[in-house]
Design a protein around this ligand. Structure first.
Ligand code: PMP
Length: 294
């Protein structure tokens, strides 16, 4: 399938309060957000025309901006309304929704106290690509480590934090893997390049404590789903030498949903009953067919 560049599509993008034809949603080259990564964003999914956990995403966007020291000039409620309008106007049922806020062009140094804060929201088609999901993805080890909370604003979904994610993902793909496991600055297991990670041993789920990476919305949902099934969930420090002791592994994220992992470097996992049940529960939940938890 030929790739259609994202700047060469039809439709409209919501930008600073109004709908602008897709190809005309431009920023100037001298934009602080581009040069200094002063931008925060959200990745959201709509299923059957409804954004899953929409409010949580809008709140996180506001919180991410606050951590970086800027206020988005639209309230959470206004963002919620804007996202609904974007979806309705697009006519999409299954979609990816991207909201991004960034510092504009008034000042172009490290200091950007007077820069206007902008917000844009776009949506595009995102179907179900479940075909071979239970086969599990192949991951390798990343060379980059998640920084300590004293080094980077880890709780913000900030554009700048994705530099090491893209570098790690590219290195993994170059070697034929789909993703990479990132450790944190202490050498503990952290997450994948755009998703949180879980392991299973003896019927219990183990997942790293999110103290230097995003406590993902999907991560929290997966924990809720596991608990609803009376499966024990242990959040704790996990070290790489434990990887060989786990039987199942999966990653969670808005885009990844719940994706089984078959391999991390020299370690292999067999997506089994618990992973399969959670994959199914999540699919039912996002499609409004599971009314319990989270
Ligand atoms: N970690 C990183 C680095 C991510 O990019 C994402 C995706 N936003 C996640 C974790 C999972 O977050 P969520 O479940 O909220 O999408």
């Amino acid at each position: 399938m030929a790739l259609i560049p994202y700047d060469d599509r039809d439709g409209h993008i919501w930008m600073d309060g109004e709908f602008v034809p897709w190809r005309e949603t431009k920023v100037h080259i001298l934009t602080h957000g581009l040069h200094y990564a002063s931008a925060v964003f959200e990745g959201e999914r709509a299923y059957s025309g409804q954004i899953f956990k929409s409010l949580e995403h809008s709140e996180r966007l506001h919180n991410s901006a606050g951590i970086l020291g800027f206020d988005i000039p639209f309230t959470v409620e206004q963002i919620e309304d804007a996202k609904k309008e974007v979806l309705a106007r697009s006519g999409l049922e299954s979609a990816y929704v991207r909201a991004i806020a960034w510092r504009g062009s008034e000042m172009m140094g490290v200091s950007a106290q007077n820069n206007t804060i902008h917000l844009a929201i776009a949506a595009w088609h995102w179907g179900d690509y479940f075909a071979d999901k239970m086969k599990g993805i192949r991951m390798t080890h990343a060379q980059w480590k998640r920084p300590s909370p004293e080094t980077a604003p880890c709780e913000s979904k900030a554009a700048g934090l994705y530099m090491i994610c893209t570098m790690s993902k590219h290195a993994a793909e170059k070697e034929g893997y789909q993703d990479a496991l990132m450790l944190d600055w202490r050498g503990q297991v952290a997450e994948a390049t755009g998703a949180n990670i879980f392991f299973i041993r003896d019927g219990a789920i183990h997942t790293p404590t999110p103290d230097c990476f995003l406590n993902g919305i999907t991560r929290r949902t997966a924990i809720g789903l596991a608990k609803a099934r009376q499966i024990e969930v242990v959040e704790r420090a996990i070290f790489p030498d434990e990887l060989s002791t786990f039987s199942e592994c999966f990653i969670t994220g808005t885009a990844a949903e719940i994706t089984p992992v078959a391999e991390i470097g020299e370690h292999t996992f067999k997506p089994g009953q618990i992973t399969g049940a959670l994959v199914e529960d999540y699919e039912r939940l996002v499609n409004g067919k599971l009314l319990t938890p989270a």
